[in-house]
Design a protein around this ligand. Structure first.
Ligand SMILES: [Zn+2]
Length: 88
């Protein structure tokens, strides 16, 4: 799991700006703090629902799904021919 992103005030040769930053890397830059906060919210909303408990589509067992394409539990995944579709 990656570190949470946050909003930071930054500056470069072109002047000061707000940025959504994760692990020291600028994901996106914004002119104002409010737009950066909104951008961060959208990022969190986009990422969070993907990681949740799901019922395996193969055996029905509940497991921790890492993202939207992750629909099979650990037991079923190695046997799944759909893997290439999800991970290829
Ligand atoms: Zn399963």
């Amino acid at each position: 799991m990656s570190a949470p992103a946050r909003v930071m005030r930054m500056a470069d040769d072109d002047g000061a700006f707000w940025a959504v930053v994760r692990e020291g890397r600028i994901l996106r830059r914004y002119a104002t703090r409010s737009s950066a906060e909104i951008g961060l919210d959208q990022l969190v909303v986009r990422e969070r629902p993907k990681r949740k408990e799901r019922a395996c589509i193969s055996c029905g067992e509940t497991f921790q799904s890492e993202h939207a394409g992750h629909r099979m539990c650990r037991n079923c995944r190695p046997r799944a021919t759909l893997c290439a579709q999800f991970y290829g």
